[in-house]
Design a protein around this ligand. Structure first.
Ligand SMILES: Cc1cc2nc3c(=O)[nH]c(=O)nc-3n(C[C@H](O)[C@H](O)[C@H](O)COP(=O)(O)OP(=O)(O)OC[C@H]3O[C@@H](n4cnc5c(N)ncnc54)[C@H](O)[C@@H]3O)c2cc1C
Length: 495
């Protein structure tokens, strides 16, 4: 630290994930001397971003735009159906899943800059490929959920490797095991650096601008209980243990405006036996996202959600909370032989409970057999007959006369052996943050910019409420990372 404390930096970036590193590259390339502070040790660097599936939601006119990111021969291009994903499609998805509450100006900025930002990342060395997450094979053709098409090579691990390689090639200073503890201000209220702590002690690091990219507060049980509620006290954390809301606290302390859904978070169905925090070796393999094609019950043997409400990309982020709200915070996903082939590969990391009858399955799962039998019978009777099941489209094969209904993919559960996986809700990231404007500048409680302070990524509020369109987290971080890096440099080095 002393080595770095003696160097002059124009811009300090707090954090070491996708949002931080894109900000660091943008600031460096705009001419700033940049210092990145990463709280984690080098071996654990990269925040939640490293645990991701690497999927970035983006707009595109058609496969030609995707080919600018993912090199394809004409033959290969003919075997994928990506559809089209216009800025209005993305905007409508964002507003629909957030109950109309996503900030329109911030949302439009993220959307309009999505494809150009992915191309900018390509130019700096990030390589892209197709994501298999919500793609469904239809004969020879792979059909994608529009918008959810590309990911970084080797998912989040590859993303973070490629971004650090870029940062290191540019000679940008990175201080590991160094955490920002508070922000420094001058007499006029301008942010002029940070107080940081490392193994050697506490030091003041001056800079003309600071970018907060320190993630959410999902790994902080005290803040989870305070803002999300008591049921989140002991939840499993899907990603890094280092996102403890430090940036939120430091920014609020100097008058930043709290913004967005502070009581909300992204939480998904994960293996009930998963570890308490993300483990890099396991990565994101604990996810259990094929529930669209199952019947999901709680430990009392009762259904509690519309498993087929929409594509997984639009329901997975809120289904974790629905599970956590059940007795013991546990549920079971039950498949039969008509759908079990649709399970994504990650299910192979668990050993399912398999049985030839519903009653036997219930016994093995410690669920009352009579209740589960009734649930299955009622559900089966409510399923339509003779409709075409299409796992790749919202097929409208819906139940009638059962609560909750299943709006798509409602096949009766009647072809044993039955295959069951126990799941819980795992927290991914929190939605509440500080208010930024479209230049990534942090605003105070009177909606005025706090000079010298910028924010990007999970710490920026106002994008997601109640739910989230899959892949928008990384896109937000990179779009506003680039913007924050540029504008922080503009503030640090005025023309
Ligand atoms: C398992 C999993 C899979 C996911 N998959 C996807 C996906 O495919 N697509 C998608 O869009 N989103 C996905 N997400 C969500 C995604 O991780 C986040 O939206 C995104 O990575 C947030 O990036 P960030 O840079 O804001 O935060 P992070 O990547 O979490 O980075 C925050 C950084 O700040 C550091 N830090 C914290 N406090 C301090 C401090 N006081 N001082 C210095 N440094 C500090 C941390 O160590 C960390 O390096 C997934 C999340 C998880 C957990």
């Amino acid at each position: 630290m002393s080595r770095l404390a003696n160097r002059l930096h124009d811009v300090i970036i707090v954090g070491g994930g996708n949002a931080a590193l894109t900000a660091a590259v943008a600031a460096h390339d705009a001419g700033a001397r940049v210092l990145v502070l990463e709280k984690a040790p080098e071996a654990l660097r990269g925040g939640n971003s490293r645990f991701t599936g690497g999927m970035f939601r983006t707009i595109y006119q058609g496969v030609a735009d995707i080919r600018r990111l993912v090199p394809l021969t004409d033959e290969e291009a003919a075997l994928v159906d990506v559809g089209r994903y216009s800025p209005d499609d993305f905007f409508q998805d964002l507003r629909r899943v957030t109950g109309g509450q996503a900030d329109p100006e911030l949302g439009r900025t993220m959307i309009d800059h999505s494809l150009p930002t992915l191309e900018w990342m390509r130019d700096m060395g990030v390589r892209w490929e197709f994501t298999d997450l919500w793609a469904v094979r239809d004969g020879d053709v792979l059909r994608f959920t529009p918008g959810a098409v590309v990911r970084s090579i080797e998912k989040g691990i590859g993303l973070i490797d490629m971004l650090y390689e870029t940062v290191e090639q540019r000679g940008i200073d990175v201080a590991y095991e160094t955490k920002m503890v508070r922000l420094l201000q001058d007499a006029r209220g301008r942010v002029v650096g940070v107080v940081a702590k490392d193994r050697e002690g506490i030091v003041e690091l001056p800079a003309a601008a600071v970018v907060l990219a320190s993630g959410g507060f999902q790994a902080n049980p005290e803040m989870r209980v305070q803002y999300l509620g008591p049921k989140w006290s002991t939840v499993k954390v899907r990603g890094t243990r280092f996102d403890t809301g430090d940036g939120h606290r430091a920014a609020l302390e100097i008058g930043a405006q709290p913004y967005g859904h502070w009581a909300g978070c992204h939480a998904t169905p994960i293996d009930a036996a998963g570890p308490p925090f993300g483990v890099l070796k396991i990565h994101n393999k604990t996810n259990r996202l094929s529930y669209l094609y199952c019947l999901m019950v709680n430990v009392e043997g009762r259904r509690f959600v519309d498993e087929g409400e929409d594509f997984g990309a639009y329901t997975y982020a809120k289904t974790g909370e629905a599970i956590l709200s059940q007795p013991q915070g546990i549920a079971v996903q039950i498949f039969d032989q008509k759908t079990v082939h649709l399970l994504e590969e990650r299910y192979q990391t668990a050993t399912p409970v398999v049985a030839d009858t519903v009653e036997d399955l219930a016994e093995r799962l410690h669920i009352d057999p009579a209740t589960l039998r009734r649930t299955v019978d009622e559900f089966n009777a409510a399923c339509p007959r003779g409709r075409r099941f299409d796992p790749a489209a919202r097929d409208g094969v819906a139940t009638s006369g059962v609560e909750p209904s299943k709006s798509n993919w409602a096949l009766p559960l009647d072809k044993p052996p039955y295959v069951a996986y126990s799941v819980t809700g795992g927290i991914t990231f929190t939605f509440g943050g500080v208010k930024i404007d479209r230049f990534a500048q942090v605003l105070d409680t009177e909606d005025q910019p706090i000079p010298g302070l910028y924010a990007t990524g999970e710490i920026a509020g106002g994008f997601f409420y109640f739910n989230y369109p899959g892949g928008a987290g990384l896109t937000r971080g990179a779009v506003f990372g680039r913007i924050a890096g540029l504008h922080a440099t503009g503030a640090a080095l005025p023309a």
